[in-house]
Design a protein around this ligand. Structure first.
Ligand SMILES: Cc1cc2nc3c(=O)[nH]c(=O)nc-3n(C[C@H](O)[C@H](O)[C@H](O)COP(=O)(O)OP(=O)(O)OC[C@H]3O[C@@H](n4cnc5c(N)ncnc54)[C@H](O)[C@@H]3O)c2cc1C
Length: 550
């Protein structure tokens, strides 16, 4: 049994209910996905369970950067800088269409946190520790050269800049591709299943009790070990296990705002100082520019996370000071998102001072919880968690699942020899898809999301061509079908938010598109018409929430 198609969901469920797994992973964010891949590739029987959609928690709400670890330099954590630098190189190699370099301008300003010399020294140290390639090393720029690169910067406070390299990604797509790869190694990954109870025998964890979000069925899954990778919800599950003792989570909220590129014509990604000393990113992406982020304590309801007017205004103020010609206003915002960092509490530390390090908590019942960390370090977090399980298997059952293999596992769609090959592939597939309406722009978008799997979408478009009345829609229909059959899309929101990021970056005409393609989603298993309408309106509500703030 090996499938990531929503058409196989019922079959997968019946199979899983009668199986004893080696490992249950709770949570389908990047941490859980990474663990499922690591464990499945070592030969374990794994099931991953997600209460909503994959990446619907923090893993679709980040700044979407695979950091090299520059911020850890400030905390003098040299070991972490080195590790994060190495991880960035690995994830780029294994998914070059999804993780690639983004030159970042770091302006040096009057009264700013760093001067030119200290910036150059800090970047030199960072690049040395992180093992940055020579072609991606910093360049120190004069004020004039900086303004040539980014004319929107405030020339009254600008003294010059450093140009260094960050890597950008699409967090939700990275999570999905990791799940897909885990499935190719035999893992079962299911969304819309919520863990309500941790099952125990003789006070030891033996499985979980779940409810199915699609039809309210309840059932149990059994496994030798259970890992709780529920991100901001980790402590809730520890409470269910009666083991929330000692260290606990400290959630901090971060928001991002999106503008049309024509309104914010940024040429170049910039990492700049807010007057309060925090740093803000402004990053161009296709026809948009997004800015972020904030870092504030969060203790309210995790299920209704929203950007507030005050938070939006804070980012606008900082941005308008650095780019004074823009005079951005709330009404210019085209989309937004808010996320929660699942950090570990440290007494007396402010949100920005809290360590981003990850940690394993092992309860007396044997529940393994992993908390903290970053998108960038997901592979190492997975290795640490699965190594722990492997040790337990060895000790308790004399069974050896061996060492971590993920360093050399190419992620689904990522089979390219670097970004030059990605560019060639875009050209080639544009040629291949001309007859079904493929243009360079459309195919580029697809390749940056699905990599080599774009070929499968184009093949589906050829299949659908004869029966499709509106020929302009055929590639869109093929993309929806591909995601239903290969990426476990259940509801339209899964597609428009997590699989494509359209809610954040393709918002023009999106409502009309959602309405037009509503009936093209076929796999709404066991759902009544009114339930589907309800889901449809909750998607429109998400859209409304992304531009209207309280
Ligand atoms: C504003 C912001 C910006 C960031 N920027 C970056 C960045 O640029 N680069 C970087 O490296 N990191 C960044 N991070 C950090 C990074 O995004 C997170 O560390 C990471 O996404 C956490 O992933 P996770 O899988 O642990 O949690 P999540 O993605 O939240 O996944 C946990 C999942 O568990 C599920 N779940 C919860 N309870 C249950 C249950 N009972 N049953 C089943 N499933 C359950 C949830 O629905 C959720 O999908 C940022 C974070 C924030 C908030």
């Amino acid at each position: 049994m090996n499938s990531f198609s929503s058409k196989s969901r019922n079959q997968l469920l019946s199979f899983a209910r009668n199986e004893k797994f080696d490992l249950i992973v709770i949570g389908g964010g990047i941490t859980g996905a990474g663990i499922a891949l690591d464990a499945a590739s070592r030969g374990m029987k794994v099931i991953l369970i997600e209460k909503d959609d994959f990446a619907s928690g923090t893993s679709s709400k980040s700044t979407k950067l695979i950091h090299g670890g520059l911020r850890y330099l400030k905390q003098l954590d040299f070991k972490l800088v080195r590790e994060v630098g190495q991880e960035r190189a690995i994830v780029h190699r294994n998914a070059p269409h999804l993780v690639y370099p983004e030159p970042m301008l770091l302006p040096v300003i009057k009264g700013g946190s760093l001067g030119k010399t200290s910036t150059a020294i800090a970047l030199w140290l960072y690049e040395t520790l992180a093992g940055v390639k020579s072609s991606e090393k910093r360049k120190m720029l004069s004020k004039e050269a900086t303004l040539l690169l980014e004319p929107l910067l405030n020339d009254e406070i600008l003294k010059g800049a450093a140009l260094y390299t960050e890597y950008r990604t699409d967090d939700a797509r990275l999570t999905i591709e990791i799940c897909k790869t885990a499935v190719s190694y035999g893992a079962i990954c299911l969304n819309y299943l919520k863990v309500n109870e941790i099952l125990k025998e003789n006070e030891k964890v033996i499985g979980v009790s779940v409810s199915d979000g699609l039809n309210n069925d309840m059932f149990n899954f059994y496994a030798t070990y259970v890992i709780n990778a529920a991100g901001p919800w980790v402590d809730e599950l520890r409470e269910v296990d009666n083991s929330r003792k000692g260290k606990f989570l400290h959630l901090t909220k971060g928001i991002h705002l999106v503008f049309q590129r024509s309104r914010f014509p940024l040429k170049q990604a910039v990492y700049f100082d807010h007057p309060d000393g925090r740093m803000i990113f402004a990053i161009p992406r296709e026809n948009s520019v997004y800015i972020g982020t904030t870092d504030t304590n969060y203790k309210e309801d995790k299920e209704v996370l929203e950007v507030t007017n005050e938070e939006a205004q804070y980012l606008l103020n900082g941005t308008n000071l650095m780019f004074p010609l823009l005079k951005l206003q709330i009404s210019d915002i085209k989309s937004s998102w808010a996320g929660l960092r699942p950090l570990i509490h440290q007494e007396g530390k402010s949100p920005s001072e809290l360590s981003r390090k990850d940690e394993l908590f092992i309860s007396e019942s044997g529940l393994i919880s992993i908390a903290g960390g970053k998108l960038t370090g997901y592979r190492k977090m997975a290795e640490k968690s699965v190594d722990f399980v492997v040790k337990r298997f060895k000790k308790e059952f004399k069974k050896d699942f061996g060492n971590c293999k993920t360093e050399n596992i190419v992620l689904s769609g990522g089979d390219f020899q670097g970004i030059a090959e990605v560019a060639n592939f875009i050209e080639q597939q544009t040629g291949e898809s001309k007859q079904v309406g493929g243009t360079f722009q459309l195919i580029r978008k697809l390749v940056l999301k699905y990599g080599k799997n774009t070929e499968k979408i184009i093949a589906l478009a050829y299949e659908l061509w004869p029966q499709t009345e509106n020929k302009d829609s055929v590639l869109q229909l093929a993309e929806i079908k591909y995601c239903e059959e290969n990426e476990m899309v259940i509801f339209p929101a899964d597609f428009w938010i997590r699989r494509t990021g359209a809610l954040y970056f393709e918002y023009e005409g999106l409502i009309e598109k959602i309405e037009r393609f509503q009936d093209s989603f076929h796999v709404n298993l066991n759902k009544t018409h009114s339930e589907l309408r309800e889901k449809h309106y909750s998607l429109l509500k998400e859209l409304d929430k992304s531009v209207n703030f309280k």
